[in-house]
Structure formats: C-alpha cells, structure tokens
Design a protein around this ligand. Structure first.
Ligand code: ADP
Ligand code: G6P
Length: 478
C-alpha cells in the first residue's frame, strides 16, 4: 500500500474536512478495507477532486496514530490522528452533540461542556498545523464544515500567504439559537479567518452577518464583512452532486437488471416507497414511519401492493441521542411489520447496511416515490441523487420544505414533516401522482440538476475565492 508514497509533498489546492472521503471497515476476513463513507460532504467533494492535483487533510476514522494512506483516485490523503479523548470530546461532543443539534433547529437538545470546547480548540489547531505543513506557498485551502470552524483563523495566523475558503454544509442557525453558544464570539472569529465564507442558503449568510454585527460589532452585510483592513466575502453556494455520473450509473444495463431483480424480490409491488438516510434525528425518520403507519391503519395504502424500503445506515453510534433514535426507529419498524406485514410480506424492508453506488442507483430506480422528509437539512444530496437516477423521467420526489434542496426543487411534492396530516397527504399525493404531471415535474428537476451539478458548485465557489486562476481551470476540466 505504501510503496511509492512520497514524503510530505505540498499541494496547491488543499481540502480540509474532519472526515476523509473513505472509511476503514473490517472486510469479511477481518482485514482492514477502505470504503467510501456515507455522508453528503464526502459524496459532494469526492467526485470533484478525483484525478486532480489536490490534497485532502482529514481524519481516517478510529483512534490512535494516523495511518499513512496512498493517493486515492489521484488525490493525496493526509491523515490527522484523533485520540480517544479527541473522539469523545471533539467529534462526538462539541461537533455532534453541541453544534450539530444547535445548527439543526435544536430538534434535539444541544449540550454544553467546557471540556468539549477545549478539545474542539485542540483538534482545530492540529488540523490547522497539518494543513500549514502540506500546503504550497500562495495555495488555496478550502476548509469544510462545522467541525473545523476555528481552522480558517488559526491557519491565517500560521500562513498569511494562503487563500482560505470556508464552506458550511449544514444550516447556519438564526441568532436566537446561535447566541446560546458559550463561545459564540470565538467561533465567529474563527470563520472570519477565511477570505470567502460559503453557506448552502442565502438565509444562512444573512444569519451569519447579523451575528457578526451583533456579537463582534463589525460592519457586516450579507455579502461582505470588514475585519480590520481585510474584506471577508460571504455568500450562498448550494452544493450538488455529480449528476451525469449518477445518471450514467443508473442507465447501466447491470444496474437496470439489478433494479428488476430487487423489484421482484420485493414481490413486484405496484408502488415502492424508498427512503435513504444516515440514521440521524434530523432526518425525520420517526415522523415518516408514523405517517406510513397511519396510512396503513386507515387502509389508504395496503401491503403488499405498496411497500416501504427504509435504508438507515447507523451514524455517530456512540452519541446518546443517536442510540436512542436507533432504538426507537427499530421498535417502530418492528411494530409496523408485526401489525401490517404477513409471512414473506413485510410492510417495511429495513436495511442498515452501507451500499455501493451501483446498489444505491438500483434502489433509486425502483422507487416510485422517494420520501426525503428531514426536519432540517443543510442540502440533502439523496434527493438530488434520486432525481439524477430517474433516467426515464418517472417517479415522484416527496421533499421536506426544511431541506436546503427544497429551494432548488420546487417541482417536488413538498411537505412540512412536523405536520403529520400534511405528511400523509403529501405521501398519498406522490403515490397517486398523475403520470403526465409527475413526468413534467421530474423533467424540470432533472434539467435543473444537469446545469447545477457539483462542478458548477465548485466553479462558482472557487472563482469567487480565487478569481478564476489556473487551479480552478484544472479542477473543473478534469
Ligand atoms: P448527510 O450529509 O446528512 O448524510 P445527504 O443526503 O446530503 O445527507 O448525503 C448522504 C450521502 O450518503 C448521499 O450521497 C448518499 O448516497 C450516501 N448514503 C446514504 N446512505 C447510504 C448507504 N446506506 N450506503 C452508502 N451511501 C449512503
Ligand atoms: C454530514 C456532515 C458531514 C459529515 C457527514 C457524515 O454530511 O455535514 O460533515 O461528514 O454528515 O457524518 P460523519 O459524522 O460520519 O462524518
């Protein structure tokens, strides 16, 4: 694995994200095996950087010394180690039990602990130092997401020669929520170390500017903040997917054959509803199951004519709120299957395994209705992947108003997932959609995603950051 790995080469485009796009998992024979890790950030950036002269600084999962990794698809991987305390207090603590719930409308209660903040600072410093070491003079560094909000400021102190971008994949909350953070000023200052701060939606940029004006008393608009003699630009850059790649995958004969087989295995139902989520309380899984249960109980949908396939890959499994959620979801699934299933004909096909891209594409192909109903989501790439995979323009997307994707996909069947009746009506409307109307909607969404794919996203962000130099040209033509 390590043969030919050069010592500490420097790169001119460096992505810094808590997680590398790959994850170690045990192969059936017990050996260590690398696979693409589920999650929107990796899904977005992985196809973008492939075969470009870029580097990625991140954590490879696990604790202990950082493994040395070879280049993956031509991208240099620089691993940053986390100790068991870092994992507990930075990743599971401050990132995923303070910031994650707070940034998602506090749908679960955020916790505040001083020890977690210490770890957040320590780990952010480690990432900044690792990045400073592997980045060429004058290069572009693109820092990602809520785990690393202090990195732009720390990196600017270490390397004032760099162009630094920051992009937040999750929502940025309204001031009333953000103000709860004991160390709110430090977090804002950390982000302001960047030259360009990108959000998924304009509302987030607005929230950020308001907070900077209020907490740091700096002159701020939704587009520009003056920090001393430096101008920090702010904007909305909705992230996307590799639309053409997903469409090509879904059109592959083996994927089409796999989809036919899957449908047969489901008992050739009239209607397949599919949901694909990380097991996360922001995804609205419980609300969706409740709506489905009530539709079954009311006789509006019947097994085996209609079935639900729920893929929910476990995530952040040592965080208490995630453990509670998994137990509740599994209890609900068991109850619904017990009540409404028959031998060999479950009402819900429940899967917690990670799948490769071809299997996901086959699943998208069999979904007459794709139910994407998060309570809050920065973007939701699953919704976009589904649309991209509907190569015959059929199918209906049921989409929460609270997903970032809703702003771009007004033709979806949109619902408020907090409104149980509305959710049931939306699901029924999508199940009973008039084929001509559904096709018109799907075509419009597909056209939008063809133009607004992951490369368009990178192009707009990096040209704003970098004034379109050769690096960007290399990246977007790769
Ligand atoms: P989040 O970033 O919150 O996880 P997104 O919907 O934006 O939500 O992104 C999830 C990504 O993870 C998608 O690219 C999706 O295809 C992928 N994914 C979700 N579930 C699985 C799974 N079971 N196996 C493999 N990839 C998955
Ligand atoms: C979301 C976050 C990412 C994160 C991913 C998976 O997409 O925005 O930063 O990597 O979820 O979560 P995990 O905790 O497994 O990295």
């Amino acid at each position: 694995l390590l043969i030919g790995m050069p010592e500490m080469r420097q790169s001119s485009l460096v992505v810094v994200a808590n997680r590398l796009p790959i994850d170690d998992s045990a192969a059936p024979d017990g050996a260590c095996e690398w696979r693409r890790s589920p999650g929107g950030l990796g899904s977005a950036l992985h196809p973008l950087l492939r075969h470009t002269p870029a580097a990625w600084v991140g954590w490879a999962g696990g604790t202990g010394p950082a493994p040395r990794l070879p280049d993956i698809d031509g991208v240099r991987m620089h691993t940053v180690p986390l100790s068991p305390e870092d994992l507990r207090d930075h990743y599971e603590g401050f990132a995923n039990a303070t910031l994650w719930p707070l940034y998602h409308d506090a749908v679960e209660q955020p916790e505040h602990h001083r020890r977690w903040w210490e770890a957040y600072q320590r780990v952010n410093r480690r990432f900044a130092e690792a990045t400073a070491e592997v980045t060429e003079p004058g290069a572009v560094v693109w820092v990602q997401d809520y785990h690393l909000q202090l990195v732009p400021g720390l990196l600017r102190d270490l390397r004032p020669d760099l162009r630094i971008g920051f992009f937040l994949h999750v929502p940025f909350p309204p001031p009333e929520l953000f103000m709860q953070l004991p160390r709110r000023a430090e977090l804002l200052r950390g982000m302001l170390g960047a030259d360009l701060i990108g959000f998924q939606r304009a509302q987030a940029a607005h929230n950020f500017a308001q907070l900077v004006a209020k907490v740091l008393e700096l002159p701020a608009t939704d587009r520009r903040i003056d920090v001393g003699d430096r101008a920090v630009r702010v904007g909305a850059f909705p992230v996307s997917i590799d639309t053409a790649e997903m469409a090509a995958l879904a059109a592959r004969p083996d994927v089409a054959a796999r989809a036919r087989r899957l449908r047969q295995d489901l008992g050739d139902p009239d209607r397949v509803i599919l949901s694909v989520d990380r097991m996360d309380y922001t995804k609205g899984i419980e609300q969706r199951l409740k709506a489905y249960r009530e539709l079954l109980a009311g006789g509006h949908v019947k097994v085996p004519h209609t079935v639900l396939v729920q893929v929910a890959v476990p995530s952040r499994e040592r965080v208490g709120q995630y453990q509670i959620l998994r137990d509740r979801v599994e209890h609900q699934v068991g109850r619904i299957n017990g009540e409404f299933g028959r031998v060999g004909e479950p009402a819900i096909h429940y899967l917690t395994q990670p799948f490769d891209r071809a299997e996901l594409a086959a699943l998208y192909r069999i979904a007459d209705v794709m139910a994407v109903t998060p309570l809050r989501d920065g973007m939701n790439l699953v919704a976009k992947e589904y649309v991209a995979a509907r190569v015959d323009d059929t199918g209906a997307l049921l989409l929460s108003e609270f997903a970032g994707a809703a702003a771009e996909l007004p033709q979806a069947y949109q619902v408020n997932p907090h409104d149980l009746e509305g959710l049931k009506q939306g699901l029924l409307a999508a199940l009973r959609a008039d084929p001509t109307d559904a096709m018109r909607r799907m075509r419009a969404m597909r056209a939008h995603l063809r133009d607004n794919d992951i490369r368009a996203w990178a192009r707009s962000y990096l040209s704003a950051l970098d004034d379109g130099d050769s690096l960007l040209t290399r990246l977007t033509t790769a």
